[in-house]
Design a protein around this ligand. Structure first.
Ligand code: SF4
Length: 214
C-alpha cells in the first residue's frame, strides 16, 4: 500500500505520551466510531461515527515524530474500533513504523474475524500491527491478571518479534493517568478490576463510574 499521509482520521482523543496503554511510553489515539456494542463499554461517546475531530494523517505523524523526543517507543490505536477506520489507519500505521516505532492495536474483533475480512485495508492494517489485543469486551469476565487488558476473553497477539510476552512490563500493576486538559479532567488507563476504564470526561468534576473497555 502506498504511503498516504493526506488521509484524514476521525479521532476522539489523543494522548501524546502515556504509559498506561501498552508497553513503554506510547502515543495513544482513540478513533471515533465503533460498529460493535459491548455492554459496559466505557467509551460510549466514541461509538457513533459522527463526532470527534477529523485530523490529517500528516499532522498526526508530525506530533508522533515530536513525541519521539519524549521517549515513546510506539503508537497505540484504540477507540472506538481502529479496524473500522482501516482505510486511513493502515497507511498511518505504516508511516508510524517507518519512524521506527511499534504499533499496538486494541480491537473488538478477533484476529480470526480480521483475517477473514475481505477488506484490503483491514489486511494492510493487520500487517502493520506489532501487538493486537483482540475480542469483544465482556463485562462479566473482568481481567484481573494481565496489564492493559479489559476482559479475560481478550487475547494478546504478538504479530511481529518486536515485543515479547515475557517482557516484565506486562506483569506490572496497572496504572491510571489523570490530566487536566483545557479545564476538563481526562483519565486513561486501567486502575483496578472494578474501574478499568479508558477516557472519562468529568464535566464539573462528576464522579467516574466503574466501567471497562478495550
Ligand atoms: S468495548 Fe471496544 S469494541 Fe466494544 S463497543 Fe466499546 S469500543 Fe467497541
Amino acid at each position: 500500500m502506498a504511503r498516504n499521509t493526506t488521509a484524514r482520521l476521525q479521532i476522539a482523543q489523543v494522548v501524546p505520551v502515556t504509559a498506561a496503554e501498552g508497553p513503554g511510553k506510547r502515543f495513544a489515539i482513540w478513533f471515533q466510531g465503533c460498529p460493535l456494542r459491548c455492554p459496559g463499554c466505557c467509551n460510549p461517546e466514541m461509538l457513533p461515527f459522527s463526532g470527534g475531530t477529523s485530523r490529517s494523517s500528516e499532522e498526526l505523524l508530525r506530533e508522533v515524530a515530536g513525541a519521539i523526543r519524549a521517549g515513546i517507543e510506539g503508537v497505540t490505536l484504540l477507540g472506538g474500533e481502529p479496524f473500522a477506520h482501516a482505510e486511513a489507519a493502515a497507511p498511518f500505521a505504516k508511516a508510524v513504523r517507518e519512524l521506527g516505532l511499534s504499533v499496538m492495536i486494541f480491537s473488538g474483533f478477533t484476529l480470526e474475524e480480521l483475517r477473514a475480512n475481505p477488506s484490503v485495508a483491514v489486511g494492510e492494517l493487520l500487517r502493520q500491527t506489532d501487538i493486537l489485543v483482540d475480542g469483544r469486551y465482556i463485562r462479566e469476565l473482568p481481567e484481573s491478571g494481565r496489564r492493559w487488558i479489559g476482559s479475560s476473553n481478550q487475547r494478546i497477539h504478538f504479530l511481529t518479534d518486536r515485543h515479547q510476552a515475557d517482557d516484565a512490563r506486562w506483569n506490572q500493576p496497572n496504572t491510571l493517568e489523570i490530566r487536566l486538559n483545557h479545564g476538563e479532567v481526562q483519565i486513561n488507563g486501567f486502575p483496578a478490576g472494578q474501574a478499568t476504564g479508558l477516557w472519562r470526561r468529568i464535566p464539573g468534576g462528576a464522579p467516574v463510574g466503574p466501567e471497562s473497555a478495550q
